[in-house]
Design a protein around this ligand. Structure first.
Ligand code: ADP
Ligand code: VHF
Length: 384
């Protein structure tokens, strides 16, 4: 981490995702039209520089609360979802008006986690978004709160934004919130909190800095922004947290003349399919692997064979995403399995030549083929 330096390889940034939080877009539970107008004209300025922009906009619930005259957000799920549905109409209407001012069109895209976990729907979303970008229309994305229940939820737009950034192979995600970046401790509680200008390694020290409690209008606090940054940097994509209330912040960022936190990406970039497996899918189960398998899979990039597996947790089917972990429960990565959980229980610890004898069939030698897995951490720097 660094409190001083900041290096932006600006020439690389042609396609960017801009996520704007509720705290930026709303004022006392109503939409802040000045901010919407200002961010819209900044987006147009980026368009004029030849850049492609995708907007992830929060604020539906805050807008809905105001519209139907509630004093605060309801706590029951159906009421929250209904309020969000009401607010979303208002939100998109205001963005549309503001962008129209600069002669640009917008499109609304509402997604659930399930949409991005299904490979077919994931590719459909990508095709649609790419078409909108080709047509120079601004895609405005939010979670489809109305139908998103816990198991299908992103839960926060920081992680949704990160997944969209990976889906579109964008060069950068700018996360605009109501504070100037990541501080070394929660600035609401500590007057001496210091802004970090650059984060180079996403260790537990960084996670510990983030307060889980969001601002009065936000959802995840800094915790979900760190989790989004972790996904992106391990996919080789940078993220910037900056204050969306600051005048001309997007333009300042692109001119590399801003205050905020820059998360430096890993140098290695995995394929977008591997990123989808490792960073978008939710694990259905877990496989514990021994030291030999860790060396083969993590260090040498080989497939996971039955011989290195020592434990199977939860039930899962062939093709499901499953995490592989160390004995100390450090998550090393995720992969799509060639055998279901009960078959792996029968073949774990055995040689591939014994698979047929134990199961009566042998569809694959590998439990997870190396093309179908992504390493997300290494034994020494990973933790649960
Ligand atoms: N270490 C930290 N650095 C900066 N902000 C923090 C930190 N820990 C907690 N926060 C809080 O996180 C808030 C931003 O999160 P949130 O309210 O969810 O924003 P948004 O609506 O933009 O997603 C800030 O207003 C800040 O008070
Ligand atoms: N989908 C919700 C936003 C959820 C969310 O992540 O909010 P925030 O923390 O303000 O980015 C809404 O539009 O109200």
């Amino acid at each position: 981490m660094n409190t001083e330096q900041q290096i932006l390889p600006l020439s690389r940034f042609r396609r960017i995702v801009v996520k704007v939080g509720s705290g930026v877009l709303t004022r006392k539970n109503s939409l802040n039209l000045d901010v919407i107008n200002s961010i819209s004209s900044q987006i147009c300025a980026l368009h004029d520089r030849g850049m492609e922009v995708i907007l992830v906009s929060s604020g539906a619930m805050a807008a809905g609360v105001k519209k139907i005259g509630l004093k605060k957000r309801p706590s029951e799920t159906p009421k929250r979802q209904a309020v969000s549905a009401i607010g979303q109409a208002d939100l998109i209407h205001e963005w549309e008006k503001a962008m129209e001012h600069c002669g640009r069109k917008v499109a609304q895209i509402l997604l659930t986690r399930g949409d991005l976990c299904d490979r077919g729907r994931y590719l459909n979303a990508r095709n649609t978004l790419n078409t909108l970008l080709e047509w120079k229309v601004l895609p405005i994305i939010n979670e489809n709160d109305t139908v998103a229940v816990k198991s299908l939820q992103f839960g926060d737009n920081d992680n949704l934004g990160a997944m969209i950034t990976m889906l579109l192979d964008a060069d950068l995600m700018i996360n605009l919130t109501d504070i100037g970046g990541l501080y070394n401790k929660d600035p609401r509680r500590h007057d001496d909190a210091q802004l970090l200008r650059e984060v180079t390694a996403m260790g537990s020290d960084i996670e510990a800095m983030a307060g889980e409690i969001a601002g009065p209008l936000g959802t995840g606090g800094m915790g979900t922004k760190i989790s989004a940054a972790k996904k992106l940097t391990s996919a080789g994509i940078p993220m910037i947290i900056a204050c969306g209330l600051e005048q001309n912040i997007l333009v300042k960022i692109m001119d590399n003349n801003y205050t905020g936190t820059y998360f430096v990406p890993n140098e290695q970039k995995a394929s977008s399919r591997k990123n989808w497996i490792g960073l978008t899918l939710q694990a259905k189960g877990r496989l514990t692997i021994d030291k030999g398998a860790q060396k083969a899979v993590v260090e040498k990039g080989k497939s996971l064979l039955p011989s290195g597996i020592t434990r199977v947790e939860n039930y899962f089917e062939v093709g499901d995403p499953v995490e592989f972990i160390t004995e100390d429960k450090v998550v090393l990565g995720m992969g799509l399995v060639n055998y279901n959980a009960s078959d792996i229980l029968k073949i774990m610890g055995c040689k591939t030549s014994q698979i047929k004898k134990r199961l009566g069939f042998r569809s694959y030698d590998e439990v997870i083929h190396r093309d179908n897995l992504m390493i997300t951490a290494y034994p020494d720097d990973a933790r649960l």
